[in-house]
Design a protein around this ligand. Structure first.
Ligand SMILES: NC(=O)c1ccc[n+]([C@@H]2O[C@H](COP(=O)([O-])OP(=O)(O)OC[C@H]3O[C@@H](n4cnc5c(N)ncnc54)[C@H](O)[C@@H]3O)[C@@H](O)[C@H]2O)c1
Length: 259
């Protein structure tokens, strides 16, 4: 028996098989979950192809987290696949975007507000929007898990995405506060640098990668999404029943080292 046996899980933000969301969907299926995945816009056609590489091909839903109509229709989309009375036991928010040309790679002092607003909306506010959209199907024991990159300090290159992640971390705590009475948990996994589409778009991301390989006590393989996926799945499961508003580091121990 897997730890997600009998659970329905939505993983939002799968584009490539390098996506953290893809690894989360795979490990969730291996642990017995019934998984649905989603993506938006032009990337959707890639997601439909990539979905076939999962152990079981999941339904692929269209969801742009900035589109109010998509959000309003999400519960019905989920019921279409899961059945009228189904519950949604878990949601993985694996979504972020910041314009790499204007906001990242040393552009902090010149980043324009409209682009910053977009980054915060897609990367942080959407944790609230996505959770709200799924809430009609969620109940006691349901779990929401998002992905952050430690926002307690300033990093090279990460710039305004770091600010968006700080907003995400705070959003997750307020969601945990407001949904606790319904028995819904909200947590984040803080992953070390991983070679995904989003990471490759950040000019200067290699600098972060090299810091990790020299400082992490456990070492860090930036091509291995599985440790992060396993932590996501653990937080989705019933094995963390009294944990919410938490950030679990999956970074080889990097965050705990001074030098
Ligand atoms: N790669 C890393 O080093 C790393 C480290 C820590 C945290 N994270 C976080 O992990 C999460 C997943 O990123 P990833 O690295 O797997 O990259 P990725 O590019 O594979 O995934 C990001 C996903 O967000 C989706 N997305 C962007 N805008 C969207 C919108 N408006 N509506 C719906 N979906 C949208 C993209 O289509 C993509 O599927 C992100 O939150 C990222 O910040 C990544």
């Amino acid at each position: 028996m897997g730890i997600l046996e009998g659970k329905n899980i939505l993983v939002a933000g799968v584009t490539m098989d390098s996506s953290i969301g893809f690894a989360a969907a795979r490990v969730a299926q291996e642990q017995g979950a019934n998984v649905l995945i989603s993506n938006f816009g032009r990337a959707l056609s890639i997601t439909r192809r990539i979905a076939k590489r999962l152990p079981t091909e999941p339904p692929v839903l269209e969801l742009d987290v900035t589109d109010d109509e998509h959000l309003a229709g999400l519960a019905d989309q989920l019921r279409e696949h899961l059945g009228e009375d189904a519950t949604l036991d878990g949601v993985v928010h694996s979504i972020a975007y910041g314009n790499p040309e204007t906001l990242l790679g040393g552009k902090f002092l010149t980043g324009p507000w409209d682009d910053v607003a977009q980054a915060v909306r897609v990367s942080a506010y959407s944790l609230k929007s996505l959770t709200e959209a799924c809430r009609p199907l969620m109940g006691r024991g349901s779990s929401v898990v998002g992905l952050t990159f430690d926002a307690t300090v300033a990093w090279p290159a990460y710039d305004w995405m770091g600010v968006a992640k700080a907003a995400l971390e705070s959003t997750s705590r307020y969601l945990a506060r407001d949904l606790g009475a319904e028995g819904i948990r909200v947590n984040l996994v803080s992953a070390g640098p991983l070679k995904t589409l989003a990471a490759k778009a950040i000019p200067g991301f290699e600098e972060l990668e090299s810091m990790w390989s020299s400082k992490s006590p456990l070492g860090w393989d930036n091509t291995d999404q599985e440790p992060t996926a396993k932590a996501i799945v653990a937080l989705l499961s019933d094995l963390f029943p009294a944990t919410t508003g938490e950030i679990v580091h999956v970074d080889g121990g990097f965050h705990a080292m001074g030098a």
